[in-house]
Design a protein around this ligand. Structure first.
Ligand code: 4AD
Ligand code: MG
Length: 433
């Protein structure tokens, strides 16, 4: 049997004039009697195949007549440059093997409701738009990993089942852990702090869980977070690191995912603007700014989603807001020595209404101060004994942050809702598929 090279559609340019084999699915088909035009997708791209009755064996021509949307096929053919084709190439088909003829595909090239599409998420993933989004997601994740790996941060995976609440007790998922209750991790941070004392600079990257009872376009129940933690580091170091990470993420996506951004019709000038230095304002300045814009908000209030949108719209890049009142932040935040009711923390707010993409800061490293906070927040001391231990044995100032991948993907892709940023989103009323 003759063998053929089996390139991906993405790499087809290197195979012009050479007979190749392609494996994929039928995106669509149209006919003009003697010629069938079959668009095949293989997961890397799409390519139109020209099946010409005059030049292909009759049996193969008949096979192509039977093809339905999403039928799986293996074709042979010779690619050639075609300036009018969307990817710049077409393939003259020399043979077709049918793997399976697909039943009528539920998702048609027409408007479907979001509910319908979510119900068919397992099939919706095949659409061009979802493909573009998830490839950008992958690129963002790869950029994050490379960023930390290049800087010699050690990857330390943190547990999913935990006895501790890291980010407040109101949105915990409780699970039965034999005869105890365990929570699904809201963050890997507490464990990253332990890891930082062992390895210096570390990061964790994994799924995190929050039982968010509200339905918003920014919240998922299960989302992925990358969380660096640095020993011998302060708030300013965390801000610098966040700035560097965002720069790298943006550069990579712009360099490697132009096609996908084009598919999404993203205004890339908004992304190109994301270069350091990022504006930095204190929480106090942010409150003033909001008040000047007519928002009714007082010093001490937490920002709602709308406030974040208004605030961020004053800047054309992400803005770093630092030193929030300690009272609206997590228990572990180091107080500002100059104004102890403020926390040495920061949030990065994305422009264009995407809200908070990064949250972090400097952690309390003094044993007594931390114990007092745990008590104030009415957290169970027992569960935090190991965390307090870290303050007994060579405690140092340390800082870090968490970046929510889905929020970043939504922003980079210009999406209306985070539900499209992950293959199978978990939302308030969505557990299927
Ligand atoms: O601000 P958060 O709650 O911070 C932490 O969890 C810290 N322990 C991180 C750290 O310092 N290591 O969450 C961090 C980020 C947010 O800025 C946001 O991007 C994302 O996680 N995030 C969510 N993304 C999607 N759905 C949700 N329900 C999210 N909650 C937080
Ligand atoms: Mg936050």
């Amino acid at each position: 049997m003759k063998t053929y090279p089996n390139p991906t559609i993405e790499s087809i340019a290197g195979y012009v004039g050479q007979e190749v084999m392609l494996k994929g699915w039928v995106r669509r088909k149209r006919s003009s009697g003697k010629i069938h035009f079959v668009v095949i997708r293989d997961g890397t791209g799409e390519l139109q195949g020209v099946v010409n009755k005059a030049t292909i064996e009759a049996e193969h021509f008949e096979r192509s007549a039977k093809l339905t949307q999403e039928s799986s096929i293996i074709i042979t053919g010779v690619p050639r440059a075609e300036p009018r084709a969307s990817g710049g190439y077409e393939v003259d088909v020399t043979g077709i093997e049918i793997v399976q003829i697909a039943e009528p595909f539920p998702i048609q090239p027409k408007e479907h409701s979001t509910g319908f599409l979510m119900e068919h998420r397992h099939l919706w993933l095949r659409s061009r738009r979802q493909h573009a989004i998830l490839r950008i997601r992958h690129e963002i994740i790869r950029a994050c990993r490379d960023f930390f790996d290049d800087r010699d941060f050690t990857l330390i995976d943190t547990p999913i089942f935990t006895p501790n609440a890291c980010e407040g007790t109101t949105n915990l998922f409780h699970t039965q852990y034999f005869d105890q209750t365990a929570y699904l991790a809201q963050s890997g941070q507490l464990y990253s702090e332990a890891s930082a004392a062992a390895f210096g600079n570390v990061y964790c990257f994994g799924p995190t869980f929050r039982a968010e009872k509200s339905k918003t376009r920014r919240h998922l129940m299960e989302f992925w977070m990358v969380e660096p933690e640095m020993a011998f580091a302060e708030l300013a170091d965390a801000m610098d690191l966040a700035e560097g990470l965002l720069k790298m993420v943006m550069e990579r996506v712009l360099e490697r995912r132009q096609e996908e951004l084009k598919t999404l019709e993203r205004d890339i000038s908004r992304l190109e603007a994301v270069v350091p230095p990022l504006p930095r304002v204190t929480y106090g300045e942010a409150i003033k700014l909001l008040q000047e814009k007519g928002v009714s908000i007082q010093f001490g209030d937490d920002f709602g989603g709308d406030d974040e949108t208004v605030l961020a719209s004053s800047f054309d890049k992400p803005v770093i807001v630092h030193r929030y009142p300690a009272s609206i932040k997590a228990f572990y935040m180091e107080p500002d020595p100059e104004t102890p009711n403020l926390a040495l923390c920061m949030d990065v707010l994305a422009p264009e209404g995407y809200g908070e993409i990064i949250g972090g800061g400097q952690r309390i490293h003094d044993y007594d101060k931390l114990l007092a906070r745990i008590k104030e927040h009415e957290l169970p001391e027992e569960a935090f004994r190991w965390y307090l231990d870290l303050r007994k044995y060579g405690s140092v100032p340390h800082a870090g942050f968490g970046m929510g991948i889905e929020r970043v993907v939504a922003w980079v892709c210009g999406l209306e809702h985070v539900r499209e940023t992950i293959a199978f989103p978990r939302m308030l009323y969505t557990l299927y598929p």
